[in-house]
Design a protein around this ligand. Structure first.
Ligand code: URA
Length: 194
């Protein structure tokens, strides 16, 4: 089996509640040699339907910010803390996060990214294993021990936060630009230009 196949979870019933409700398991997408790995919380309704992370409104916000930073969605790897949609879009439980952690750690190991970008509070707290006030810490990088390696984690607000609170928009875009800078790719910030 190739590395990409190793990254896909084909069958899993570790979380009976999620396995009973999901339409499908939503695995990560993007190149195996991506410099940036974006980690969200878990699939929503659109992702559950289409089988790909961040394809709904949050995905459009992420894609737009990537483009503004000179990156295409296909340049980066995008995944989630849990691969099955929690019913009613509730937050994944601690147990569900732990059940899925092995898959995420394997993905981090194989992708070996320059930086991991945590999209929102849930993935930030899950990877850092501490409380995170994400609006205050967004844009900061933190060294984090993951699978025996020190990884650079860039904290970000969730893209959906920009839909509810327009004041988060600039912070989100600046964080994605910082991600592009960390990866040494993408264009310069387009702020102030046409
Ligand atoms: N929100 C997430 O955290 N992940 C997705 O895949 C979509 C929306």
């Amino acid at each position: 089996m190739g590395e990409m196949e190793d990254l896909d979870v084909i069958e899993c019933t570790r979380c009976p509640d999620l396995a009973a409700c999901r339409s499908r398991i939503v695995n990560g997408v993007g190149p195996a040699d991506a410099d940036l790995l974006f980690v969200g919380e878990g699939p929503g309704a659109n992702e559950d339907e289409q089988g790909e992370p961040f394809v709904g409104r949050s995905g459009t916000v992420l894609d737009d910010a990537l483009r503004d930073a000179g990156l295409a969605r296909s340049d980066v790897r995008i995944t989630n803390c849990v691969r099955c949609r929690p019913p009613e879009n509730r937050d994944p439980s601690k147990e569900e996060l732990e059940n899925c952690r092995e898959y995420l750690e394997r993905e981090i190991d194989l992708i070996d990214p320059t930086a991991i970008v945590t999209l929102g509070k849930v993935p930030s707290e899950h990877l850092l294993e501490r409380d995170v006030a994400v609006t205050g810490e967004a844009g900061n990088t933190v060294d984090c021990e993951l699978g025996g390696q020190t990884r650079t984690v860039l904290l970000s607000v969730h893209p959906a936060a920009t839909l509810y609170d327009r004041s988060q928009e600039e912070a989100f875009e600046a964080t994605i630009q910082r991600a592009a800078d960390l990866a040494g790719s993408g264009g310069q910030s387009t702020l102030g230009s046409f």
